[in-house]
Design a protein around this ligand. Structure first.
Ligand SMILES: Cc1cc2nc3c(=O)[nH]c(=O)nc-3n(C[C@H](O)[C@H](O)[C@H](O)COP(=O)(O)OP(=O)(O)OC[C@H]3O[C@@H](n4cnc5c(N)ncnc54)[C@H](O)[C@@H]3O)c2cc1C
Length: 407
């Protein structure tokens, strides 16, 4: 009897520890055994920071110097795991496969171009093609671009701090604005949601101002233009309140992608070196609380605000789901989206898809050689975001075991 009691207690605690995101059969429905085994060994390699560090240096060197053999290896490992294909068209296979599981795709032009005018024009053209491609296609619910894809970080910085611009800087900034205007106008004309990523704080004021102008211009009927808010920053809730006030007064809609933020180390180092207050929350817990505050902000203002929760954090995702449930929203409420990066956290994405929530993957694409910087950052991020690689590994192992038992 006593043993039975202990067994029951253990079972209860097992149930409590089990997450809704543990269903690996759903998570990896799209993956063959061979793909899972390959992913396992890749994450295992990424798990070793020393190996990742050396690997990244070798990779950057060899790919830059056109070693074809290395391109082949990259293609069948990191590239296959984290990218849709070398072109939009090639990536459509992945788009279609995911959409069968109610998972949308957001093409992410992952080429990190040179900071020069020609490269900015090429990126702008690429984004226009993505908008045309997404028009009327429910499998591609958003198009995205990075502010530094359209202009130099230094020009954003100068504009953001209100510096007096030289005539050539004025012309440069006008070209940046023109690129924003062209893609936003096209997104509006074709009814395609357009999301703008967030980057370093020292260029973000200019981006925010520009995106706000676009929201005011194009979001009169609904949220077509979306900004990104990094909740690891201090003062972002106050920022949101001001945005909301302005949107209510001027009568337009707000769309936000909420993320925690990807540049913490760089931000802290710069603030320390230049002796200004650290713009990042002091602790992980404070960033988490701030992220939760953004969830509350959304739920309280759904008449004006749409949100895309870009996170691999299971608790944050569950919190959004719980809050939606508490106020009786349907899973596919048009104002709420979730998103993860392709190749990561399929357990979250595919669960949400199975439950018919609006969920998407950022799907990077581009020639293998050109997306290497993006891929190496993914590998580094998987090493530095606490527990991410371990979680991926244990889920893959669990699924491989489950499949082995069925054979
Ligand atoms: C679809 C999608 C789109 C994204 N777009 C952007 C973007 O436009 N701009 C951008 O910057 N990032 C972007 N990211 C990355 C994102 O900001 C996070 O870096 C990443 O998702 C990890 O955070 P998490 O919520 O998934 O996981 P978690 O593991 O819960 O959080 C890790 C994050 O917490 C924060 N953190 C960790 N330690 C501390 C600490 N000691 N003090 C304070 N904060 C801490 C950091 O932001 C860290 O990245 C995107 C992510 C996704 C999934």
């Amino acid at each position: 009897m006593q043993h039975f009691g202990i067994l029951l207690l253990n079972l209860c605690s097992l149930k409590i520890n089990m997450s809704i995101f543990d269903n690996t059969q759903i998570a990896f429905a799209d993956k063959t055994d061979a793909q899972l085994k390959k992913a396992y060994w890749m994450f295992k390699a990424i798990e070793q920071p020393a190996l990742t560090g050396v690997g990244i240096s070798v990779l950057n060197f060899t790919v830059k110097n056109n070693f074809p053999f290395v391109s082949g290896i990259v293609r069948s490992t990191l590239f296959e795991q984290f990218c849709g294909g070398e072109t939009r068209e090639e990536s459509m296979q992945v788009v279609k496969k995911m959409f069968r599981h109610h998972v949308g795709s957001i093409f992410d032009y992952a080429i990190e171009g040179k900071a020069e005018e020609k490269a900015f024009d090429i990126t702008c053209e690429e984004i226009k093609q993505n908008i045309k491609f997404a028009e009327g296609n429910p499998a591609i619910p958003f198009v995205v671009f990075k502010p530094t894809g359209f202009g130099r970080i230094e020009i954003y910085e100068e504009v953001g701090r209100g510096a007096e611009l030289t005539s050539s800087q004025i012309a440069e900034w006008e070209r940046v604005q023109k690129r924003y205007n062209e893609v936003c106008q096209m997104a509006y004309d074709r009814n395609v949601r357009l999301m703008i990523d967030a980057e370093e704080t020292w260029m973000q004021d200019a981006t925010d101002a520009l995106v706000n102008t676009m929201m005011e211009k194009y979001n009169g009927e609904k949220a077509i233009i979306w900004n990104t808010l990094q909740m690891y920053r201090t003062g972002r809730i106050e920022y949101l309140q001001k945005d909301l006030e302005r949107a209510r007064t001027k009568n337009y809609f707000l769309g936000y992608k909420f993320v925690r933020g990807a540049y913490m180390e760089k931000e802290r180092a710069r603030a320390a070196a230049m002796n200004y207050p650290d713009p990042i929350q002091p602790t992980k817990l404070a960033s988490d609380d701030n992220y939760n505050a953004a969830i509350d902000f959304t739920m309280l203002n759904l008449d004006r605000v749409s949100a895309f929760f870009g996170t691999h954090n299971e608790k944050s995702t569950e919190l959004v789901m719980d809050k939606m449930g508490a106020i009786g929203l349907p899973h596919d409420h048009p104002n709420i989206y979730f998103g993860q990066l392709y190749g990561m956290s399929d357990n979250i994405t595919y669960y949400l898809g199975a439950e018919k929530y609006n969920v998407c993957k950022y799907l990077p694409y581009g020639p293998v050689k050109d997306v290497v910087p993006y891929l190496t950052r993914r590998a580094q991020e998987n090493t530095s975001v606490a527990g991410q690689t371990g979680r991926e590994l244990s889920l893959i192992q669990k699924e491989l075991d489950r499949r082995a038992r069925r054979k």
